[in-house]
Write a protein that binds this ligand. Structure first.
Ligand SMILES: NC(=O)c1ccc[n+]([C@@H]2O[C@H](COP(=O)([O-])OP(=O)(O)OC[C@H]3O[C@@H](n4cnc5c(N)ncnc54)[C@H](O)[C@@H]3O)[C@@H](O)[C@H]2O)c1
Length: 505
């Protein structure tokens, strides 16, 4: 599919944070750019700040002065929408209000030619609704850039209900020609990234609300064991609790209160208290001058066991553990108990195993200690353990000592179902499988969106394959047993694909 003509004019309506960033991207791609804003003088002001930004690129040696001057000569503020008449593409980035956006497009439609592509940068409104009253809704798409647009590569190209496939393809080809990475998705609440990322926040907040662990520990486990760049508490403090909560609530509303998207009461209270994160000086963590940032709970050094028992075959992800344990000089002997489930036996007989989604405590039989899922057991630097009530202090020390001998910091947390990483990843995989099964986006675009849009260490679909979908389904069943009500019920798509995987085993 061919992009819009590189010599064509790109108009940007709304010259705030996003409008300026998008205008800069279009300028860098060589287009003539018209910038319009309803607030008098705002478009000129925005043009000056774009000039200043390009000036900083010159200072850093990333652009030469002639290139800057040439780009700025192509940028023209517009005083009226009527001045956008010769546009090949208009991208709207005004205030996030449906009526205001509809009004702008109704006006634009009477100004621009019929073959002009129209796009909204909305992050939470229905693209279909924004285009609802248009004479030609077929040429209308969502182009969801991420902030800061000049730096972040991902752009979600959203197909509204009435969008012509040709228009979506042309929009995709255009942003690709601009050096961005486009992903195409259906018009679903939150599109790809904001829909599929909900469990990353929701599971962590729930573990905290249920007394499982404190925010600093949960963040550290997700980073150092799960491989995420930032934990959900520090990340939402950066984004702003109000902004993150508003996205969660709007997706929850748009899905008619589906329990899978339930917002967090604790986060809601933070917002009500004005504890919005870095921008207000305090959120989950304090940021005031001289404030002490709490660290994660980390177990003191413990003696490793000299020998452990190894029973049955571990789940695929835990396979490297045996080698790691042997490399640490701990003897591994075969344990011949009459069960099919894999576990490690500690010296006093406690069973240490990967969480299966349920809590450790109601388990029949002897004491259990569950450990969390790691992105990679060889390279992770932290692990969380949840002992059952039957586990003694000696059992816990042996488990802690074992993982410490493998070079891991250990966080002993309360006995919450599915620990921290496992429940988060199981839900992320399920949300992604569900979206793929419903045709929200291609499997490839889903993984690309989550790697580039929120920096996940792996696309969730790839992660599901690495863990094994039967295992993910088992974790969700375990969680659903502990928390009835539907939130953890595996989706139809996940169950189908897990069944296929099982039939091939
Ligand atoms: N800020 C982000 O991180 C982000 C990321 C992705 C998408 N978005 C979306 O981009 C859009 C803009 O967000 P922003 O953060 O740049 O907002 P902003 O408040 O920085 O800028 C909005 C601009 O639109 C102007 N405006 C308002 N009504 C107008 C109208 N009727 N006609 C013309 N101009 C009008 C305002 O004067 C303002 O300059 C929203 O839809 C938002 O949801 C924002």
């Amino acid at each position: 599919m061919t992009p819009i003509d590189p010599a064509g004019t790109v108009a940007v309506v709304g010259a705030g944070t996003m409008g300026q960033g998008i205008a800069q991207v279009a300028l860098a791609a060589g287009h003539a750019v018209r910038l319009y804003d309803a607030a008098p003088g705002r478009a000129e002001e925005a043009a000056r700040s774009i000039a200043a930004r390009l000036g900083r690129l010159v200072d850093k040696g990333r652009l030469d002065a002639a290139g800057r001057d040439e780009a700025l000569a192509r940028l023209r503020p517009a005083a009226r929408l009527a001045e956008l008449a010769d546009s090949a593409l208009v991208i709207e980035a005004i205030v996030e209000q449906l009526e205001a956006k509809q009004k702008v497009f109704a006006e634009l439609e009477s100004v621009v030619p019929d073959d002009c592509l129209l796009a909204t940068n909305t992050s939470s409104l229905s693209v279909t609704a924004v285009a609802g009253a248009l004479r030609l809704p077929g040429r209308f798409v969502g182009l969801h850039f991420f902030n800061p647009a000049p730096l972040l590569p991902l752009v979600e190209v959203v197909r509204g209900f009435a969008t012509d496939p040709e228009a979506a393809d042309r929009a995709r080809a255009t942003v690709a020609a601009w050096g961005k990475t486009p992903v195409t998705c259906a018009d679903t609440p939150g599109f790809i990234v904001n829909r599929l990322a909900r469990p990353f926040y929701a599971e962590a907040f729930r573990v905290h609300e249920e007394g499982g662990a404190d925010p600093a520990t949960i963040d550290a486990v997700l980073r150092e064991c799960g491989g995420f760049r930032m934990g959900p508490f520090e990340l939402t403090d950066l984004i702003g609790q109000d902004v993150n909560n508003a996205v969660t609530r709007s997706v929850y509303e748009a899905f008619f209160h589906d329990p899978r998207f339930t917002p967090s009461l604790a986060q809601q209270r933070l917002v009500e208290a004005g504890l919005l994160g870095r921008k207000s000086g305090r959120g989950w963590f304090p940021y005031e001058e001289g404030a002490d940032r709490p660290g994660p709970a980390t177990a003191a050094p413990c003696e490793p066991p000299a020998e452990i028992g190894w029973h049955a075959r571990p789940p695929r992800v835990c396979a490297p553990l045996r080698e790691l344990i042997e490399e640490a000089g701990i003897k591994v002997v075969r344990d011949r108990a009459p069960y099919s489930e894999w576990y490690i036996t500690l010296p006093d007989g406690a069973a240490l195993t990967l969480t299966g989604g349920e809590a450790a405590t109601p388990k029949n039989g002897g004491p259990h200690i569950y450990f969390d899922l790691a992105l990679d057991y060889r390279t992770c630097t932290r692990i969380a353990l949840a002992p059952s009530e039957k586990a003694s202090a000696r059992d816990v020390q042996a488990a802690v000592g074992l993982f410490q001998a493998l070079g891991k910091s250990v966080s002993v947390i309360a006995d919450v179902p599915g620990l921290i990483v496992a429940r988060t990843v199981a839900m992320l995989v399920d949300f992604a499988e569900d979206a793929a099964g419903r045709g929200v986006a291609s499997r490839e675009d889903i993984d690309t969106a989550m790697r580039l849009g929120v920096n996940y260490p792996r696309g969730p679909l790839e992660w599901g394959r690495a863990i094994g979908l039967t295992h993910v389904r088992g974790m969700l069943w375990g969680l659903a047993q502990e928390y009835p009500g539907g939130r953890y019920d595996p989706s139809l798509s996940l169950r189908r694909r897990a069944a296929v995987e099982e039939s091939l085993l």
